[in-house]
Write a protein that binds this ligand. Sequence first.
Ligand SMILES: [Zn+2]
Length: 147
Amino acid sequence: MHKREAEFQTYFNSWLRNVHKETGLYELKVAVTDKLLMSRLEEHQKDWLLAVKHGTAVHKMPDAGFTNPADCWCMTEQPAYVVVKYYGKEDFFLIDIDDWCKETTKSLKYERARKIASVISYKICQTCGKHIPMYKQKYCSDKCQRQ
Ligand SMILES: [Zn+2]
């Protein structure tokens, strides 16, 4: 894994844990320009995402000694996304695997990814709990900030 992907993975994990909190399968792709080659998603990754979304997927975790959370997991009909981050852009996109599969382009541009995304990166307003864009501070409005 490249350094910028590792950095985004760390950030994304924290976003999942603290903001999004949704059960699902997430495959991360970081584009170095404003285009992402669709072929970056490998066949076996696509198969796993589709299996989680439409069927039952069981995964035995590789033996890593005591750091393993458990032996295996099982997911049936859960959300499954390709997570796309363009280098140098603040936001990132969760693209449903079905929508990803419908794309006919070979290279996915930033604007197009934004358009087909099911989830665009967001924060949660500290007062009302509404989703707000990443560039906002902790509150959705001045009213929420005053409360
Ligand atoms: Zn609010």
